[in-house]
Design a protein around this ligand. Structure first.
Ligand code: FOL
Length: 213
């Protein structure tokens, strides 16, 4: 039995836990927030970086796990998300825009156990971190697994019309604890300002980077 690595959910939500509207994000593109998502999901912590001098040893990569609708929501020019192993959860093996570098699987656990097994045999790059990037149904499946250890959550301020919610309220529910800035910095490997402000379509949008454990 190959074990399933720990999972980190990464999400941006409104105060009411809204995450999506009409198959896309509720707010217009927040450039710096999206850049944070890209940096954090790409960075492999040095503790998982291999020190082998064998030239056939591949550098570890993080994994991004997403549902089929989230895959379809990513602009074709950005997918598969570069420098990350892309896993798409789908009951169909046909996926628009996916080449053979995308892993398609019908469950999170089967995808991750097969990736972990291949890495162990040396047939694939060692696994870095595993990020679950949504949407709602996939977050729910991940939250039902004991491997779901951390939530990197961006709270976007303001009222945004949403038709899809993040399935857990981290502020209301027992079991999720917000980490101090120190914990967030340690996790991300950055010295991040928790409170952010960005101008989009002539409007200032405020948001907050948080880590829950
Ligand atoms: N988590 C956070 N914090 N913010 C998000 O916007 C977010 N979005 C998703 C999941 N978790 C999130 C799902 N949606 C791209 C587009 C949509 C998307 C996730 C990623 C995307 O195109 N990403 C590119 C960056 C493109 C750019 O720089 O404009 C990437 O390389 O990651």
């Amino acid at each position: 039995a190959t074990s399933i690595p720990p999972l980190t959910l990464i999400v941006a939500t409104t105060a009411k836990n809204g995450i999506g509207k009409n198959g896309t994000l509720p707010w217009p593109m927040l450039k710096k927030e999206m850049a944070y998502f890209a940096r954090i999901t790409k960075r492999v912590p040095s503790s998982t970086t291999s020190t082998s001098s064998d030239p056939t040893t591949q550098a570890p990569q993080n994994v991004v796990v997403m549902g089929r609708k989230t895959w379809e929501s990513i602009p074709p020019k950005f997918r598969p998300l570069p420098q990350r192993t892309n896993v798409v959860i789908s009951r169909s093996s046909k996926l628009e825009g996916a080449g053979d570098d995308v892993v398609i699987s019908d469950s999170i656990s089967s995808a991750l156990s097969s990736l972990a097994a291949k890495a162990k045999e040396g047939n694939a790059a060692p696994l870095g971190r595993v990020f679950v990037i949504g949407g709602a149904a996939i977050y729910k499946q991940a939250l039902d697994m004991e491997q779901a250890k951390d939530i990197l959550l961006t709270r976007v301020k303001g009222e945004w019309d949403c038709d899809t919610d993040f399935p857990v309220d981290v502020e209301a529910e027992q079991g999720w604890q917000r980490r101090e800035k120190e914990g967030l910095d340690e996790f991300t490997g950055e010295d991040v300002e928790e409170i952010q402000e960005e101008e989009v379509k002539g409007e200032k949008v405020r948001y907050e980077f948080r880590l829950y454990e």
